[in-house]
Write a new protein. Structure first.
Length: 106
């Protein structure tokens, strides 16, 4: 697995910060997710142009006492789960802001 993974928040979500956590709701399934403070750091940094490994080393490891290899493994698992639920778009190259999730036809 390449460490160069780019992530972008879907435009089909509603998100609200509550203290150090983030509440995220899928507009397509109305499923509600609560992100802890570390997951919130990753979520907020998901801009489509910053690679996940950079987010982990510069933000997660800088704020929390965790080894980079452990943090990256956990972050990869986390972003894959959010992508499975349609909350994040993952790619091996930077993602232009204009390529948000395509509309799903019923």
């Amino acid at each position: 697995m390449s460490d160069k993974r780019y992530l972008l928040r879907s435009s089909a979500v509603a998100a609200r910060a509550l203290d150090d956590e983030m509440m995220v709701m899928s507009a397509t399934s109305s499923t509600l997710f609560t992100l802890n403070e570390v997951a919130t750091v990753i979520w907020e940094a998901a801009d489509g142009v910053t690679p996940l490994d950079e987010i982990v080393t510069k933000k997660v490891c800088a704020q929390y006492d965790i080894a980079p290899e452990v943090a990256l493994k956990d972050a990869n698992t986390f972003v894959e789960q959010l992508a499975e639920h349609g909350l994040l778009l993952l790619a091996e190259k930077p993602i232009p802001q204009s390529s948000r999730f395509p509309q799903v036809n019923p």
